[in-house]
Design a protein around this ligand. Structure first.
Ligand code: PMV
Length: 344
């Protein structure tokens, strides 16, 4: 099992660095069996978004506590974090220090290469980058070096999960399968997929994903959800293995609707879909209806719509980007993978 994201190694003496990508779940993790440990109710499968990256750098500090500061670099956006997010990030660092035998205090610098207000969750990428950077640090400074050196990518993924559940999948690229404790790499014939996220909402969500994980347990539809998601996952793995794009897309479509149905049928009910989201879903549906082929569509706990395309669907992706952009005011912007920046 290889950890094949190009994780940054220590770049200069006494500076420990790592990068990790965001990921989009195709079978969703929703609901937890052990809430405080982010143990999922069901297995999930994700594709990493290698153009949306978080970077973490750690240096020693002479202070008496750990500190978090924005990483200033021209390739990255300057981050403004709420006190709550800072506390959550630093408590994961504290957990990692305890697990990895790291003593002393440090300054942690963090940044994303995508704007924090663009509605794309950065918790998966940033917690995965923090876990990797702490691991680099532990390889040098731990007082339990043998234990640290024996850690596998799966073990690191388990550690990352404790900070943010979905971050455990961001340690593997492009595909990650998370069954229970940690995620692992899984390979399919499609390695590179074009990606677009249609950004419809930049505001902070009224119901965070942490709250959603708890609230869905009140939905009548939650009964059977872990089994349904599990069956879908096994079918999706098979469809991706044999490159049955249509079936894979149908399964992914069904799973995000399943999750959004849980939201809407919870007590109290909540939801993220907007009329803008529905317009984009309609564009994708029309594409499938007219041409018998189309993008893989999914939505997280938010209004934004993610579209994935096979390598040979580049012209379609560019056409759909134009269609989405012409929908007007409901739409903020489309963020595309670098492969879609050129001409078809
Ligand atoms: O890792 P969390 O607690 O932010 O949960 C993520 C939940 C979803 O994004 C909605 C689905 C998923 O599997 O990523």
């Amino acid at each position: 099992m290889g950890l094949d994201h190009s994780i940054g190694k220590r770049t200069t003496l006494e500076r420990w660095t790592a990068e990790a990508p965001a990921n989009i779940a195709l079978i969703k993790y929703m609901g937890k069996v052990v809430s405080e440990e982010n143990k999922p109710s069901n297995a999930s499968l994700s594709y990493s978004l290698d153009h949306l990256i978080s970077r973490v750098e750690i240096v020693r500090s002479s202070g008496d506590q750990d500190e978090l500061a924005p990483l200033l670099s021209e390739d990255f956006e300057t981050l403004t974090l709420s006190e709550k997010s800072k506390t959550r990030f630093l408590s994961h660092f504290q957990f990692l220090k305890e697990q990895l035998g790291i003593k002393g205090h440090f300054k942690v610098f963090s940044a994303n290469n995508f704007p924090s207000d663009c509605g794309i969750a950065s918790s998966a990428s940033s917690f995965a980058a923090l876990t990797q950077a702490a691991y680099q640090l532990a390889l040098d400074l731990s007082d339990q070096k043998a234990k640290v050196e024996a850690l596998s990518p799966y073990d690191l993924s388990m550690l990352s999960r404790r900070g943010s559940g979905s971050s455990c999948r961001s340690l593997f690229t492009p595909w990650a399968l998370w069954r229970s404790d940690g995620a692992e790499k899984i390979s399919f014939p499609w390695v590179y997929l074009h990606h677009q996220v249609v950004v419809l909402e930049k505001e902070k969500k009224e119901v965070s994903s942490s709250a959603a994980h708890l609230r869905v347990l009140t939905s009548e539809l939650f009964k059977g959800r872990p089994e349904r998601a599990g069956r879908r996952l096994e079918k999706l793995v098979m469809a991706l293995q044999v490159q049955n794009w249509r079936e894979a897309c149908e399964l992914v479509w069904a799973d995000f609707w399943d999750m959004h149905a849980l939201f809407e049928t919870s007590t109290p009910s909540f939801g993220y879909m907007t009329s803008g989201s529905l317009s984009i879903l309609e564009v994708a549906r029309e594409q499938w209806k007219i041409f018998g082929d189309g993008p893989m569509v999914t939505m997280d706990a938010g209004a934004n719509v993610h579209l994935l395309y096979r390598p040979d669907q580049k012209a379609m992706a560019l056409k759909i980007e134009n269609q989405c952009s012409s929908l007007g005011s409901a739409l903020t912007k489309v963020i595309s993978s670098p492969s879609l920046k050129g001409e078809a």
